[in-house]
Design a protein around this ligand. Structure first.
Ligand SMILES: [Zn+2]
Length: 85
């Protein structure tokens, strides 16, 4: 039994949380998207909560982590994902 396999670190608060409870943001050659499969290739970041999401937006952590500018549209979409969760 190895429960750690399903745990990932939130890139904002650095807590280890079950990945199913998080959103994975991934960047690959097609751009930035929400990886609902948790399996997409490319650079990814996990976020555990809307609080962490808002903190990341405020401090522009997405841009430095994913090495690109994240569109307002994408951020709005992401925010609504947390609202729906
Ligand atoms: Zn967090």
């Amino acid at each position: 039994m190895n429960d750690k396999v399903n745990v990932r670190m939130c890139f904002v608060c650095r807590k280890n949380i079950l990945k199913e409870k998080m959103l994975r943001i991934t960047k690959n050659e097609n751009g930035v998207f929400i990886d609902k499969t948790f399996k997409a290739g490319g650079r990814g970041a996990y976020i555990c909560s809307k609080d962490c999401f808002l903190k990341a937006v405020k401090t522009k952590r997405f841009n430095s982590l994913l090495k690109c500018n994240i569109s307002e549209e994408f951020l709005n979409k992401l925010e609504s994902e947390f609202d729906n969760a």
